[in-house]
Design a binder for this molecule. Sequence first.
Ligand code: ZN
Length: 508
Amino acid sequence: MPHTPHPPASRPRVRARRRLRVAALLASAVSVCLVAASAPPTPLGVGDRLFPHLGNPGYDVAAYDLSFTYSGSNSEPLRAVTTIDARTTAELERINLDFAHGKVDSVEVDGEPAGFAAAGEDLVVTPGSPLGEGERTRITVRHTSDPVSPDGRGGGWVRTADGLAMANQADVAHLVFPCNDHPSDKASFTFRVTAPEGLTAVANGLPTGVDRTGGSTTWTYRTAHPMATELAQVSIGRSTVLHRTGPHGLPVRDVVPTEHRAALEPWLAKTPGQIAWMEEKAGRYPFDTYGLLMADATTGFQLETQTLSLFERELFTDHVYPKWYVESIMVHELAHQWFGNSVGPATWSDLWLNEGHATWYEALYAEETADEPVEARMKAAYGASDGWRAKGGPPAAPKPPTSGSKTGIFRENVYDGAALVLYALRQEIGRPAFERLERTWVARHRDGTATTADFVRLASETAGRDLGDFLHGWLYGERTPPMPGHPDWKPITAERAPTGAAGKPHGV
Ligand SMILES: [Zn+2]
């Protein structure tokens, strides 16, 4: 489904407020209004099967303006102002935002003070008068943003050796800032980060200003393309920003801990070639800059934050993994810029579209540059696939996250288990059609979101025949279907299947 990018942020028109015409209402109607207004605020969601309380109904965010003031200590709350420009899609007496880990000082709606209350992980805002459908509105929240994780819950801010980075996927952007925390609502972002002298702040997108006053500096960045909250990135640290040039003059910008700059350079020098490789497969790089953020933190994962992927520095400097493997992980996060970021998932059940494709290009890069055959990897995945489906659900209908699990919904069924679906599809329709499908997919849904059904439809259209039944088994089956062209491949029974991450050292 084609997606229209959000309009650029602009000052909201002064709304014609719909004052309650109390005098014209019958007494009974008035009492109904009073009951409605005094009902307790409740957490809402957009109905995501895996995260029922993520996102909120009734509005569409066009732009976020996030302003953070960092004290210099990553164990103290940041002072923050979040401004949200949105358009209502329904009449709203209250506006639910997702926000769960900071103190709210005040909320304004279109410049006027508004009431607010916490309900579950929502911040429920009550404007002075209800908002009509189709109105532009500006919500300003003054709050703190606490980088110390709530008990047992990682993510959001990541505390590094020298400051902070961000890792919001899938459901923790709202531990950092008030938002509509669901990938179906992309918006443009402006970041303004104020930090003491000696620290460098970098965020998604390109810099638009650096303002030094007194002992601190304010760094401003803006995204040129719409972005999901889960892909936001803000890095604050003793960093050096390195610049190089990618294909067609693309500005490539890496953020590294200054003390590790020399050791990281040989890795970073590979990025322009990797972008050129991905462009051969999937078409033009979809954003206005790319680069790696090397964080001095042990996160256990890498993350494709838009235009600035987050990596653990030690993955590159500790020499635990083979060089070809580390390079293939660089390509995994790069591939996400097309698959997962530019084309985002409409719901979290569509996560296989992100991880399956990123794993696919990770494997293909290893095959083409390091003689690690895709077929061998896929044969191993085929053997494990029934076990992965039993544990995490089929690729396009994953099981909900179990509470307390660090893995969440990021299980093998959506990584190699979903790359296996793409391999089966390539076996079924042949390489030329498969490669055409991949390029058309990212071109058609660029800067938007898409569903599994959209992918099945485009695959059928590209192959010139209905692939609905074929893909249904692969995407939703409890058992892995036979592999076209490999009748000898057999699944290992669920009882004997690997239970861990199949030897994969890092979530990606
Ligand atoms: Zn990934």
